[in-house]
Design a protein around this ligand. Structure first.
Ligand code: ADP
Ligand code: ASP
Ligand code: MG
Length: 806
């Protein structure tokens, strides 16, 4: 014999109820069907009881419930069937109206009235199903499931209940229907088993009848690795032990009402969680087996809780404090969700429902009144709006490093943990966080342990110029490959330019993002950054594809909020050393990344190489470099027939130069790059330490607009050509180079002959020559294409991927 329980959604419409009928009638063994109320009805009944108590109009709600049932009955039965059913239904309607009227007249809602009102849903739904089934007998659960009151509410009297159900065993026919949720007490009053309690009714029936199996039919494929409403990538768990299922449901996995497991466990009845709407899915099997290959099986959480802490140095080493604390709470019938005590014994923290916390606080203040006045106990502190997250799995017992991994990932994402508890059984590790961090935490932990197929990066990009646009195209082109080979899903969660922004948690459409952005309303970079912080997503990366100082100013705040920064913008790295250093330190402290490989040599791995050398203990002793793709392009392309000003325009059009070419021609761009390379090489270099000769004399930088500047530059064409041709006559070429040697940093022109490594540096190539302890006589050289949107975007992309592939 099997007991099948159908939840509210499964009983939620005529179509769903027909599926239930099919499932029940397809069983080859005798079946007991236990049903919830039609979906949403219990909520409405609860609401109606509250309105009645407040003497407000509840009739609209009752009409809604009547219409809903009327519609279902109409769709399921012909005229004769409807008539037969209506008589029994209307008895319950009458009773409901009477009780509600009584409540509203007296303004008093007794437990008995409340339970009578909210229990009507199951009485209607069980009537409907029993009429619809081919030979379905209806039994009234209230006659068999008996409860008594304890501090927490109605509690099932197990012996009596088991006996009453057991007596039914041999008289049940092929198909019987029981309403879930409802019960009665010794006085014969209506009671209920608590919200979600139909699961428990089914388990009690299964145990009392010694059923071979208990099936919980619901609206998801089974017990999932996490709440599917929060974690989109949660998957169905094939198998759980009773203990695992109990822990997960106690910690908030709504799919099974927690007490349900106990009767099944006692009688060793396997439980299967199945989907009424996808019968082909195998569902989740819960039984006595333990599988130890997978250490963590599931993840669940509880919200609306508070953390209450009793603290004081006078508690150390004194016995009886915790006993008094828990006794005081128990006297008030306060349920404790989690307990944590540090081994120094100077504080004990408990987590409890926020609704109970004030009562608990007062009870403790009263209990420890003397100790508080003697200052042995500092008092009772309360942190509200907390949540508890638990990871559960019997396999954790035999695996080390689970909590290390857990807290590492949680910490890296800037989530603060207030308290931790792990049972000695190692079945469950729970920790307390602020409720605002709950969604993020669940995502981070789910990704860490359940290897949800993909790790998601939430990307926030500012700048949609040549580099920004190119980057979006690259991400779009590569996203499928990244999913396949790297299991990485990049979501563009936000996009901004200097005056607008758009967001989408699930990821903006890459192809149309720029157009959508340009059509959006005005916003500032401050608003963009604050929204990113408020979003609080896991693996958030801020990408700066601008050359704006205003944007660079935001890095510090972002890093402080555990958001990695990837930037093609050189301003932050090359302004005051102190600022650069603070950014690097913050990133390190927060465990996030601050990456700017493209600041020097675009996509060339220059900074990365220096980092590796320095990390391995090598010292960079000298550095010589051609660092401007634009300027190298210019010196290579100016000729007797092609003047400087013309080549500058060409370089700008090819996207080599900075948006304002004066940054290149004044030498500032090279200066910034030298500062960054020197700093990465462990020299605290400042701008004023660098001797700089601009590429074009200073007098040309007085114009307002770029176009005026280029126009005036024509006046320098002849002079530049003279410098160039003079060098050429001597078998040399000019290069605009940067160097750091023997404590002197320089940026300016050099003339080199054919023997020099910079002589053959074609087009817009860059070259860096590094002399270190290990590479002195034969220095390290890095050379290649060093400018342009394409290679810069590629470098930024590589940095983004580095953020997660640590
Ligand atoms: P029923 O009405 O069938 O009893 P419930 O709403 O009580 O259904 O429980 C099923 C719901 O529980 C699912 O629709 C899902 O949204 C939610 N849920 C929360 N956590 C989990 C989990 N770990 N696995 C499956 N479902 C879960
Ligand atoms: N109908 C009740 C509720 O919504 C019981 C149940 O569905 O399990 O809480
Ligand atoms: Mg339920």
């Amino acid at each position: 014999m099997k007991v099948l329980k159908f939840g509210g959604t499964s009983m939620g419409s005529a179509i769903a109820i027909k599926k239930v009928k099919h499932i029940v009638e397809s069983c080859h063994t005798p079946v007991v069907a236990v049903v919830s109320a039609v979906g949403g009805v219990t909520d409405k009944l609860v609401k109606a009881s509250e309105l009645a108590k407040a003497n407000l109009d509840y009739s609209k709600l009752i009409t809604e419930i009547e219409t809903l049932h009327g519609q279902i009955i109409n769709d399921l039965f012909d005229g004769k069937g409807q008539a037969k059913l209506s008589a029994s239904m209307s008895d319950i309607w009458k009773e409901l109206h009477q009780v509600l009227k009584g409540v509203s007249l007296t303004n008093e809602l007794s437990t008995r009235s409340y339970d009578t009102i909210v229990g009507c849903g199951e009485r209607w739904s069980s009537l409907i199903l029993s009429h619809l089934l081919e030979s379905g007998d209806l039994y009234d659960s209230r006659l068999f499931i008996k409860t008594e009151l304890n501090g927490q509410g109605h509690q099932v009297k197990l012996n009596e209940t088991m006996q009453a159900i057991g007596e039914l065993k041999f008289s049940l026919k092929e198909r019987t229907v029981f309403p879930g949720f409802i019960a009665s007490n010794d006085a014969g009053d209506n009671t209920t088993l608590g919200r979600g309690g139909s699961d428990y009714s089914a388990a009690l029936l299964a145990a009392g009848l010694d059923a071979d199996a208990l099936e919980i039919w619901t609206d998801v494929d089974g017990f999932m690795s996490a709440d599917p409403r929060v974690i989109k990538r949660a998957y169905c768990i094939e198998h759980l032990s009773y203990a695992e299922a109990m822990e997960l449901s106690h910690f908030g996995a709504k799919v099974i009402y927690p007490p349900t497991i106990i009767p099944a466990l006692q009688k060793q009845i396997p439980i299967r969680v199945k989907n009424t709407f996808n019968t082909a899915a195998p569902g989740t099997l819960i039984d006595n087996q333990k599988d130890e290959q997978q250490s963590v099986k599931g993840l669940s959480s509880i919200r609306d809780v508070s953390l209450l802490t009793l603290q004081g140095n006078g508690m150390i080493g004194i016995s009886g404090i915790s006993m008094r604390m828990f006794t005081a709470l128990a006297k008030q019938d306060i349920n404790i969700v989690l307990i944590s005590q540090a081994s120094s014994e100077s504080s004990i923290s408990v987590v409890l429902a926020s609704a109970d916390v004030e009562l608990a606080r007062l009870a403790l203040i009263k209990e420890f009144d003397k100790e508080i006045s003697r200052q042995q106990i500092n008092g009772v502190s309360v942190e509200k709006e907390m949540a508890v997250v638990a990871i559960v799995g019997e396999g954790m017992k035999h695996t080390s490093g689970v909590s290390g991994k857990l807290f590492n990932d949680v910490g890296r994402n800037g989530i603060n943990i207030y308290a931790i508890a792990q049972g000695a059984s190692e079945l469950n590790i729970s920790f307390v966080i602020h409720e605002n961090d709950l969604r993020k935490t669940l995502n981070v932990v789910h990704e860490a342990f359940f290897l949800s197929q993909y790790q998601a990066i939430h990307l926030y990009q500012v700048g949609v110029g040549t580099v920004g646009k190119n980057l979006l195209e690259k991400i779009e082109r590569q996203s499928e490959r990244l999913m396949k080979t790297e299991h990485l899903s990049i979501r563009l969660a936000g996009l901004a330019n200097s005056s607008q922004m758009i967001f989408n948690d699930r990821g903006l459409e890459l192809e149309s993002a720029i157009d959508v952005l340009k059509a959006s309303s005005p916003a500032t970079i401050d608003q963009f950054v604050e929204q990113i912080i408020a979003n609080n997503h896991s693996n958030s990366v801020f990408v700066d594809c601008t050359a704006s100082g205003l944007v660079a100013e935001k890095y510090q705040r972002l890093l402080e909020n555990n958001i990695s920064v990837v930037t093609a913008n050189k301003i932050a790295g090359s302004s005051a050393y102190e600022r650069y250093d603070k950014l690097k330190t913050t990133a390190r402290k927060k465990g996030v990344k601050y990456l700017f490989e493209t600041n020097v040599g675009a996509g060339l791995p220059i900074i990365n190489t220096i980092n590796s050398m320095v990390k391995s203990g090598d010292r960079i002793l000298q550095l010589e470099a051609v660092l401007s793709g634009t300027l190298n392009y210019i010196v290579n392309n100016v000729s007797a027939d092609k003047p400087l000003s013309e080549v500058v325009i060409e370089a700008k059009e090819k996207g080599y130069s900075e948006p304002d070419p004066r940054i290149d021609l004044g030498g500032t761009d090279v200066l910034r790059k030298l500062l960054i390379l020197a700093r990465e090489s462990d020299y605290a270099l400042e701008e004023q330490h660098v001797e700089i000769t601009p590429f074009v004399p200073k007098d040309f930088f007085t114009d307002e607009s770029v176009s005026d500047f280029i126009e005036h530059l024509k006046g320098y064409d002849a002079q530049f050509e003279q410098i160039r041709s003079e060098a050429e006559k001597n078998g040399k070429v000019i290069r605009y180079a940067a160097s750091l040697k023997e404590g002197r940093a320089k940026v300016g022109f050099i003339e080199v002959d054919a023997s020099h490594p910079f002589y053959n540096l074609a087009d817009s190539n860059n070259k860096v020559i590094l002399r270190s302890d290990y590479y002195y006589d034969h220095p390290m050289e890095i050379k290649g294409y060093g400018a342009g949107a394409d290679v810069t975007a590629a470098g930024v992309f590589a940095d983004i991927i580095k953020v997660v592939n640590l």
